[in-house]
Design a protein around this ligand. Structure first.
Ligand SMILES: [Zn+2]
Ligand SMILES: [Zn+2]
Length: 406
């Protein structure tokens, strides 16, 4: 049988990537369309993209596809040609990442999901194709100045914390599922105002705009292609940039700097900082913002507690290594765990039982699991916990429904 999953371990994959002598281009795209046999669709994409040496994290579902990938520069032609040949993907708009070395992914991971975006909504509760007006970067800039316009960040709080449009409403939501009803509530009374939605790549706004129209909002607009494409248009067309700070991304980089503004603060010392890290205590792996000084002081941990655990673990490991010097590799090589990993951010897995507290997904897809029962806890599933309870120093910055002034 053909191997349809990557079975090489993470370290080897990373080394292989670093040795490549060609450039990679990071692209993303999504589309809502009906896929009949999702598994067959997934396998066909995996086979083709493997032969083109593509890497990335792709979700497929009955409702469509959401992909973030890196494609070898010399294969871009073949890649585009293939996309044109796939039913449902003709003319799909591709977004090319800026500020990127194309080393965002170490493997190709194509996963079947129940939905592209975990919205917590029952299928058929409203018409998901009844979406808002799509705006280009230039149109979005202009619409921001319309009387009564409300700009709404449809991402989670840890994304808007480091970067957002001037004056945007940034709901204090951990998940997209929480955010939809929250936004409808915040906008109550503004049913006739121009509502301008944006997210990372545009896919969350497809659902959100349809939801708000269903809720009676008459002027719903959305940034087509999201922040990623906004930035590309701003740079290529020399438009005024109105996105401040960093665009949080779901790969190794954790964020793409868009403007020099630093909007966030270190969660430990409250000094200006917008660098997301995962707690170095792997059993915690809390996603938080930490400055260089605090990283050194806390050994990369989110708290004293985690630092104590990490130091105890390191001491234990050192003593077991000296007893059993040959067992020096703790790297998991099982296909189960390795198939979930990207370069380091590991945003890809979902533990359904703790869906509310685990950050997962790709550019916009907070994808749901197709089969909750089969999802096993693993190092990867613990990797991106961003709890409601923030580390010391965070609370004061976490006003619910905060509206950030321009
Ligand atoms: Zn600090
Ligand atoms: Zn921690």
């Amino acid at each position: 049988m053909t191997v349809l999953h990557n079975k090489v371990n993470r370290q080897a994959l990373r080394e292989r990537l670093m040795k490549e002598d060609f450039r990679r281009i990071t692209v993303s795209f999504y589309r809502y369309f009906y896929v009949d046999d999702v598994q067959a669709f997934r396998d066909a994409l995996y086979l083709k993209w493997s032969t083109l040496s593509c890497l990335g994290r792709i979700y497929v579902a009955h409702e469509g596809i959401n992909a973030q990938m890196s494609v070898p520069e010399h294969e871009m032609g073949a890649f585009m040609e293939h996309l044109q040949s796939v039913g449902g993907l003709q003319q799909v708009p591709l977004k090319i990442a800026v500020d990127d070395d194309g080393r965002s992914f170490i493997k190709l991971n194509v996963k079947v999901r129940a939905k592209l975006v975990a919205d917590g909504l029952a299928d058929g509760s409203f018409d998901v194709t009844n979406v808002g007006t799509h705006l280009t970067a230039e149109e979005f800039n202009r619409a921001m100045d319309l009387p009564g316009a409300v700009v709404v960040d449809m991402r989670n709080h840890y994304e808007s914390e480091v970067g957002r449009f001037e004056g945007a409403v940034c709901p204090d939501a951990d998940t997209f599922r929480d955010e939809l009803p929250m936004v409808a509530q915040i906008l109550e009374g503004k049913e006739e105002h121009p509502v301008l939605l944006y997210c990372t790549g545009g896919i969350r706004c497809e659902k959100a705009s349809a939801y708000l129209r269903h809720k009676g909002f008459s002027q719903v607009h959305q940034l087509h292609g999201g922040i990623i494409d906004y930035v590309r248009q701003v740079r290529t067309q020399n438009l005024p940039n109105r996105f401040l700070g960093k665009n949080f991304v779901f790969d190794d980089r954790m964020g793409e700097r868009i403007s020099d503004h630093v909007l966030a603060v270190c969660h430990q010392c409250a000094k200006p900082c917008d660098d997301h890290v995962n707690c170095a205590n792997t059993s915690c792996h809390h996603l938080f913002i930490q400055c260089h000084a605090c990283r050194a002081a806390y050994c990369g941990c989110c708290s004293m507690e985690c630092q104590t655990i990490l130091e105890a673990h390191n001491a234990e490991q050192a003593s077991s290594l000296s007893l059993f010097p040959e067992s020096s590799s703790f790297e998991s090589t099982s296909p189960e765990s390795s198939s979930f990993e990207s370069t380091s951010a590991v945003f890809s897995t979902l533990e359904p039982s703790s869906r509310e507290s685990i950050y997962h997904g790709n550019a916009d897809g907070l994808a749901t699991s197709t089969n909750g029962a089969s999802a096993k806890p693993s190092a990867a599933t613990q990797s991106t916990v961003y709890r409601k309870g923030r580390p010391p120093g965070r609370e004061e910055a976490a006003a619910p429904h905060a509206v950030y002034p321009a």
